[in-house]
Every structure is written in structure tokens, then in C-alpha cells.
Write a protein that binds this ligand. Structure first.
Ligand code: ADP
Ligand code: MG
Length: 588
């Protein structure tokens, strides 16, 4: 075939291949245009999943009669005029591509009226404008775009469409995401004349109402609000507590200058911020807004504008990571914001979405014999000892131990139950981390050094890493091709299975899938500390004195992230007096 310039409509249809993937993409482009036009009210009507009808009506600025034919021409836009403009785009659109693309694959009409017009004007056509001359129409100020029979003239694309209900679900989700970016705009959505969304504009103070409607009703009750500004970047929004993690990445909303984006860099920063407190198979939930100088973001990297590129990407990564990480770490045990257990039955606890493990725990039917005190910090704990009245401390005072697994305590709100292993593990993990940054985990010389047989390459590795190992409190040397001699250990690990711990470590982080607590290779160092904490923490069936239990409670109150164990499960729950009263039908 000879080389030819393609026909106009075909060029637009090719562009449509990228911009108009499915009905939801049309909705996105049209609603974004309405927002760019300053609309305060946007109505979206959908017929048959958007394949029969997509109609978007707004009360924005409108398009003047003379510009109507231009609006549906390729590379025609009112949003940028120069390279300088392109480099600091503040509008959602700028490519001048959406309307011509949509027109080229649908039966299309555009009706618009500006404040200056006496009545509205309309252009329309099936795949092509029927006439460049606008016709008069009756219509209030604003713009309505009607898209019927999407892909009627591109049957190959039409075949890729799913069931109406699936296409509609995409539209519904998309509109919800857009609505989370603009609380000041009202949105309505109907499907086959049935109202699906009706979101009035809300003041800043009432934003949470919209979030609750569009995400999970439980989300905000389990989320922290943060607002951080640094180095010209601002991050604000809501992040879920680690104990509200989700099995899917379905509650992750992130906006950059009001634009919803998919961005690997930002997603990575957020994943890392949660790495310490979330099990690898769970996903954090958030609704977050990043604001920065438009000149610092390149939005011109994706035809549907779903991706962006940052000029200072590592600075932004670190800012996002730092802001979220800090916010999570600031959480301390606080009965007022903590999960409360509904005590009717385990089923009710589940319905309340409290990750409360009843079945998974081994059942112990007797208290263990008095054991050597394992919670060694009893002496170093609160100078007040256990003199205090119940309620003066957040986690209260220990009363006893339940079947070797839970500490039972009372505070001013009622009953406190603590998963003693999980809580102790968290306390130790945070303490080890601190010690590591402050010169190393203290080691205690062993009266009787012992030897460990390992593979030769493991012994090599241990020799190479001798200095590093000593920072973790392990002092050892090589005493043969396949033998190590351990001379000193962190005191809390005495008596634990050091051999397998060392092998785990020497065998390399990447092979240790089974022991992987984190969603990605975080600092290998932290993994080792987490392993150490898990081994050193008191085990089920280990009897504690009341003093030891109190010491653990006091430590939890001082510890960052003490509300969750290293796997993101809660370490303690509160049962309010009122709940207990209900259980006993008191006051009825
Ligand atoms: P872009 O949004 O990239 O500029 P579009 O093809 O989406 O390109 O729209 C072309 C132009 O039509 C816009 O620049 C804008 O001037 C005008 N326009 C589109 N939709 C609307 C609307 N709802 N209200 C007012 N003007 C609109
Ligand atoms: Mg546009």
C-alpha cells in the first residue's frame, strides 16, 4: 500500500483506542471536563452499562457558540496555549483529545450555553459531526453531552465489552473516586433511570460523611487524620489503623493535585510505611491527598492521564513514607479510640469486623506451674509499682491471667484483655530497634559458650558478618569449617532456639519465605529483630506474676505501635462496663 495520510475520523478512532477503553473512560473524560468548567453540580445518567447511553449534564461555564465545533476537533483545547502552560497544568484535561475521540466512536451530541448566551446551541453527529453549524436548543446554562451506542461503528472494540452490570460497576466506582476528590461538587448517578448515587456538596467539616458513603462505613472509625506540610509538599487525609487492613487493595484512594492517579512510587512509599505492622498478604486502606506545585509533576505521560511523573521522585517518596509512618507510630494505646469487643458471641465480634481470634488459639485448660519469671522488666517498670488506683493508667491494672494466654486487667472503662505474647513481642521489637540505633542490642556473656553446626557457606557468612552479628547481641566466632561458637547473647534469648534463628539469618533473607513477616524485603535488620522479638516474647502458658503483668502493661503504654502485634493483629481489647452490664441484664 502506498503511504497516505489517514482520514480524520480514523485518526480520532485510533486515539479513541487509547482514551476510550470502555464506557467508564467516557464518563471520566466528560466529568473531568465538567469539573474543569467549574461545575458545582454534575449529573450522570447511564443506560445499559453505558453502552446504550451516557449523558453528563453540568452547570459549568459552558461553551460559546463559535467554539462548539472546535470543542470536538482534535488538538483543540481551552486549557493550555504554550509549552509553559503544559509544564504546569492545573486543569484535569489539556490534550484536546477526548471529545473528538468519543464523537468518532458514538452517536454524539453536545449542547451548551454560556452565561452570555440567550439560549443554548448544539452540535451532533454519528461518528462525525453532521454539520459544523450549531443549531439552537433550549437549555439552561451549562453543558450536556450525550453519547449513545458507544462503539457502534467499531464492532471489534464493542465485542470486548462485558455485561452491562460489569461496565456499570466500573462507572460507579470511577464516579465515587472522582467524588472523593471534590467535596464541593454535587454528584448524581442513575442507571436505567434508577438513582444509584446522590451526593450533595459538603463543607470541609462534613467530608467524612461522603467518605463513609463511598468507602466502608467502618473505615473512618478505624482511621487517623493527618495533615503534614514540608518542603513545599502537603499530604492530608485519612489512613486506616493497621488493624483495619484489608484482604484487597480496594480502599486505596490517592490524589495528586486533585487528580486520581495510579502511581508505583507513591504506592510503594505507602506500602513501606505500613510494612512493620501489616502482614504481607494484607493491604492498608487510605484516602490521601498530595498537593504540590503543578510544575513539579509531569501529567503528560499517559493518554488517559492516569499516571504522572514527579520531577523529584525520591524526595516525594520519602516525604510520603515519613508522614504516614510517623502518623502510624504516634498511635498509643487509648481506650477511647480502641476497638471494643462486642461480647455477645464470637460471631458478633466478627460482624463488628474485629479481627478477634477465637478459633485459632490453642485452648489451655489449666494454669501452668509456676515458671521462672520471664518478663524480666518487672523491676525496672513504673516507679509507682502497682500502688495506683484502677483507671489512672490507660491499660489499667492486671488482675490475673486467663488460661495462660491472656492478661486480664481493669481500667476505668472496665475490662482489658491483652494477648500477652503479641503485646510482649511488639514491646521487644520496638525496644530492639531502638537499641540497634543506639549502639546495638546488649549482649550477655554465656557462662558456658556452646557450639552450633552449620553448613560451610553459612559459617563463611557468619564469619563475614561477625561485627554485624555482635550489634544484634550475638557474639560468636568460627571454631571449625562447619562450626560456630556462641559466646554471648541478648539475655532475653537465653534458652531459646538460637540455632534455628542463626540459620534463618545466615541462610539469607530472600529464602526465608516462611519467616517473612513483611510484605517486602524491608531492612533485613528489622526482620532479624522481629524474629528475635518473636522468640524472646513470653509464650502461651507461661505464668506471670501480677507485678510482671503490670510491667508489661506499662511498657505497652510507652511503646510505639503497641496496639498491634508485628503482624497487624490487635494486642489488646477493651470490654466496657456497659457491655458487661448488658450481658448480665443489669439496669433493665
Ligand atoms: P481537553 O479537556 O483536553 O481540553 P476535550 O476534548 O476533553 O479536551 O475538550 C475540548 C474542549 O471543550 C475543552 O478544552 C473545553 O474548552 C471544552 N469543553 C469540553 N467539555 C466541556 C464542558 N463540560 N463545559 C465547558 N467546556 C467544555
Ligand atoms: Mg477533557
Amino acid at each position: 500500500m502506498p503511504i497516505k495520510i489517514l482520514a480524520d475520523q480514523l485518526i480520532s478512532q485510533i486515539a479513541a483506542g487509547e482514551v476510550v477503553e470502555r464506557p467508564a473512560s467516557v464518563v471520566k473524560e466528560l466529568v473531568e471536563n465538567s469539573l474543569d468548567a467549574g461545575a458545582r453540580q454534575i449529573e450522570v445518567d447511564i443506560g445499559q452499562g453505558g453502552l446504550a447511553l451516557i449523558r453528563v449534564r453540568d452547570d459549568g461555564a459552558g461553551i460559546a457558540r463559535g467554539e462548539l465545533p472546535l470543542a470536538v476537533q482534535r488538538h483543540a483545547t481551552s486549557k493550555i496555549a504554550s509549552l509553559g502552560d503544559l509544564e504546569r497544568v492545573a486543569s484535569l484535561g489539556f490534550r484536546g483529545e477526548a471529545l473528538p475521540s468519543i464523537l468518532s466512536v458514538s452517536r454524539f451530541s453536545l449542547t451548551s450555553r454560556t452565561a452570555a448566551d440567550e439560549h443554548a446551541w448544539r452540535v451532533a453527529g454519528d461518528g462525525l459531526l453532521a454539520s459544523p453549524k450549531p443549531e439552537p436548543a433550549a437549555y439552561p446554562q451549562g453543558t450536556t453531552i450525550e453519547v449513545r451506542d458507544l462503539f457502534f461503528n467499531t464492532p471489534a472494540r464493542r465485542k470486548f465489552m462485558r455485561a452491562d452490570s460489569t461496565e456499570f460497576r466500573h462507572i460507579n466506582q470511577l464516579l465515587g473516586r472522582i467524588a472523593l476528590a471534590r467535596y464541593d461538587v454535587a454528584f448524581r448517578l442513575t442507571h436505567n433511570d434508577r438513582r444509584v448515587l446522590d451526593l450533595p456538596a459538603v463543607s470541609d467539616a462534613a467530608r467524612e460523611r461522603r467518605i463513609a458513603e463511598l468507602t466502608d462505613a467502618e473505615f473512618l472509625g478505624n482511621a487517623l487524620y493527618l495533615d503534614e506540610t514540608r518542603q513545599g509538599f502537603r499530604l492530608w487525609g485519612w489512613i486506616a489503623l493497621p488493624s483495619f487492613s484489608r484482604p484487597l487493595a480496594d480502599l486505596q484512594h490517592l490524589y495528586v493535585n486533585g487528580r486520581m492517579v495510579r502511581d508505583k512510587l507513591l504506592a510503594h512509599a505507602l506500602r513501606r510505611a505500613y510494612a512493620d505492622v501489616l502482614h504481607g498478604t494484607r493491604f492498608p486502606a487510605y484516602v490521601l491527598y498530595l498537593e504540590l506545585d503543578p510544575a513539579a509533576v509531569d501529567v503528560n505521560v499517559h493518554p488517559a492521564k492516569a499516571e504522572v511523573r514527579f520531577r523529584e521522585s525520591s524526595k516525594i517518596h520519602d516525604f510520603l513514607f515519613g508522614a504516614v509512618h510517623q502518623a502510624i507510630r504516634r498511635v498509643r494505646p487509648d481506650p477511647a479510640q480502641h476497638h471494643q469487643v462486642s461480647f455477645a458471641s464470637p460471631v458478633a465480634a466478627q460482624q463488628a469486623k474485629i479481627p478477634y481470634e477465637t478459633a485459632a488459639r490453642p485452648q489451655f485448660f489449666s494454669l501452668s506451674e509456676a515458671a521462672t519469671p520471664k518478663y524480666r522488666d518487672a523491676e525496672s517498670a513504673s516507679p509507682f509499682g502497682s500502688a495506683m488506683a484502677p483507671g489512672s493508667q490507660k491499660l489499667g491494672q492486671a488482675i490475673g491471667q486467663l488460661l495462660g494466654v491472656y492478661i486480664v486487667a481493669q481500667n476505668e472503662n472496665g475490662l482489658v484483655l491483652v494477648d500477652m505474647h503479641a503485646a510482649h513481642e511488639r514491646v521487644l521489637y520496638e525496644r530492639f530497634k531502638k537499641q540497634l540505633t543506639e549502639g546495638g542490642v546488649p549482649a550477655q556473656n554465656l557462662l558456658m559458650p556452646f557450639t552450633v553446626s552449620v553448613a560451610e557457606d553459612e559459617a563463611d557468612e557468619a564469619e563475614r558478618r561477625q561485627a554485624e552479628l555482635s550489634r544484634f547481641g550475638f557474639v560468636l566466632d568460627r571454631s571449625g569449617p562447619q562450626t560456630l561458637t556462641v559466646r554471648a547473647l541478648p539475655p532475653l534469648l537465653a534458652g531459646e532456639d538460637i540455632v534455628s534463628l542463626l540459620r534463618d539469618w545466615l541462610g539469607g533473607v530472600t529464602e526465608r519465605q516462611g519467616a517473612a513477616h513483611f510484605s517486602e524485603p524491608l531492612d533485613a535488620q528489622h526482620r532479624v529483630l522481629a524474629d528475635m522479638a518473636c522468640r524472646a516474647a513470653i509464650k502461651a502458658n507461661h505464668a506471670l506474676t501480677l507485678q510482671e503483668m503490670d510491667a508489661l502493661l506499662r511498657d505497652m503504654e510507652q511503646t510505639e505501635l503497641a496496639n498491634q502485634c508485628n503482624h497487624g493483629r490487635p494486642t489488646w481489647v477493651q470490654v466496657e462496663m456497659a457491655q458487661l452490664d448488658r450481658l448480665f441484664l443489669r439496669g433493665r
